[in-house]
Design a protein around this ligand. Structure first.
Ligand code: FAD
Ligand code: SF4
Ligand code: SF4
Ligand code: SF4
Length: 391
């Protein structure tokens, strides 16, 4: 069974409710704290050498990626940051040697998993040394638009908000003197809400991770107190079985009604993703290349879209040095600058939105690369990721 070996009492395919027995983690966690509890067990028992996770920085709009080696520090990573739009996969390649020499535990959203899979396909990361606990993802909100949305739509000073959560389709804030929730549909109809790539995203339950954790499907007395865990691999089964045996995590079988509800919510989210794709791609329509040409003409060649793209690495140095078609320093760059970038990621863009979000000139880059990749994917092999995810 390899690095994470052993015979698991929990099996691949199991659907469970899980929660931590660590009171400090439980207090800070989003739901039952199973994710943070599992990481603590994995570090303490040396299943992994370090954990890559996310913690709150100066406020809830400031999500920071952290590498943890001391189990006592893990409590600072408990909780979900919906205004945390970062991506962890390129960090593994760029700063952690592709996990080639050390065993890494990583909390991943669907886009983080997809980034890692695409990097592994290109031999940039070693998946054998990576353990992934996935979190379901309905979407994230850019910190800049979150502040604007809270000020304009909620009528609340964004600096007074100390907690945000997404529950039953609402974005809910808690602030000095009260709390307020508005449905995501209403926010998005008014031009606020999730990032546009997240609206089109269909990686809702990250089944390509070792465990997929979320709140969908937790009903009855465990609602809000436990995490729904789908066991997606033997590595995941081994981790959970060990943590249960050590007494740090408790589980019970998922309520069958909850399981059914989880399936329905996932199905509804996938349909919503299709609706946004139809809308966004129809707006691009027959004039896609004309629109790309017009929008990219304000590019200042800052290279941020290349630096931050998890799958665009072979093109980076080449485009920076310049080539016969793309002259160094030329601003705005020759359209070939963009066409070459799009060509490089036409089989690998995972629609993570990093290029668009971090573009100095607010060019809707992810919309273009997502549209191009989906067209290519309809015809060419291999498809993105592995069999379970092709979108
Ligand atoms: P905790 O013990 O609180 O641990 C949470 C883990 O998530 C920590 O490792 C932390 O570092 C990590 N984390 C926090 N923010 C981020 C981030 N922005 N990116 C990557 N990692 C992060 N579940 C659903 O069922 N439906 C949803 O629609 C849904 N949307 C989500 C959207 C986002 C952006 C995130 C981060 C999570 C979402 N979840 C969703 C998962 C859910 O909120 C919980 O994370 C999950 O149930 C685990 O709960 P827990 O108490 O065991 O986790
Ligand atoms: Fe979540 Fe998908 Fe957005 Fe990633 S791209 S943050 S998985 S909705
Ligand atoms: Fe993500 Fe943009 Fe790269 Fe696509 S092109 S993978 S959306 S950064
Ligand atoms: Fe041009 Fe935007 Fe890319 Fe910078 S991030 S190089 S401005 S397209």
């Amino acid at each position: 069974m390899g690095l994470f070996g052993g015979t698991p009492a929990v099996k691949k395919g199991d659907m469970l409710y899980a929660w931590t027995n660590d009171e400090e983690i439980k207090k800070r966690a989003e739901l039952g704290g199973a994710v943070t509890g599992l990481w603590k067990y994995a570090l303490e028992s040396r299943i992994v050498d370090a954990v890559l996770a996310v913690k709150k920085g100066i406020d809830l709009y400031d999500a920071q990626i952290v590498l943890i080696t001391n189990p006592a520090d893990l409590k600072n990573t408990a909780g979900s940051l919906h205004c945390g739009t970062l991506l962890l996969s390129k960090i593994v390649k760029k700063y952690l040697d592709g996990a080639k020499g050390k065993k890494l535990g990583i909390t991943v959203k669907g886009c983080d998993v997809m980034g890692l899979l695409e990097l592994a396909k290109r031999k940039q990361v070693n998946l054998d040394n990576i353990l992934m606990i996935g979190v379901n993802c309905g979407g994230s909100v850019s910190p800049v638009s979150a502040r604007k949305m809270i000020a304009e739509k909620y009528g609340v000073d964004p600096d007074k908000v100390h907690k945000e959560e997404i529950d039953k389709g609402q974005f809910i804030i808690e602030y000095e003197g009260g709390h307020k929730g508005i449905s995501i549909d209403e926010l998005e109809d008014a031009g606020y809400g999730r990032r546009s790539n997240c609206r089109r995203c269909k990686y809702k339950v990250p089944r390509q991770a070792d465990l997929a954790c979320g709140n969908w499907g937790v009903i009855g007395e465990k609602a809000g107190k436990a995490t729904f865990v789908e066991v997606c691999s033997e590595k995941g089964a081994h981790l959970l079985a060990g943590a249960v045996k050590a007494g740090v995590i408790a589980t019970e079988a998922a309520n069958p009604k909850g399981l059914e509800m989880r399936g329905k919510v996932e199905g509804a989210m996938l349909k919503l993703g299709d609706k946004w794709r139809k809308k966004d791609f129809a707006a691009l329509g027959a004039n896609m290349w004309e629109t790309i040409n017009k929008e990219t003409s304000r590019c200042i060649k800052c290279y941020s879209c290349i630096e931050n793209c998890p799958v665009c690495f072979t093109a980076a140095e080449e485009l920076k040095k310049g080539s016969l078609m793309v002259k160094p320093g030329e601003v705005p760059p020759n359209p070939m600058f963009h066409l070459r970038r799009f060509a490089h990621i036409s089989d690998s863009c995972i629609n993570c939105g990093q290029c668009e979000e971090l573009c100095a000139m607010d060019i809707p880059l992810a919309l273009f690369s997502h549209a191009i990749r989906l067209e290519g994917d309809a015809t060419f092999e291999p498809k993105l990721g592995k069999a379970a995810y092709t979108n």
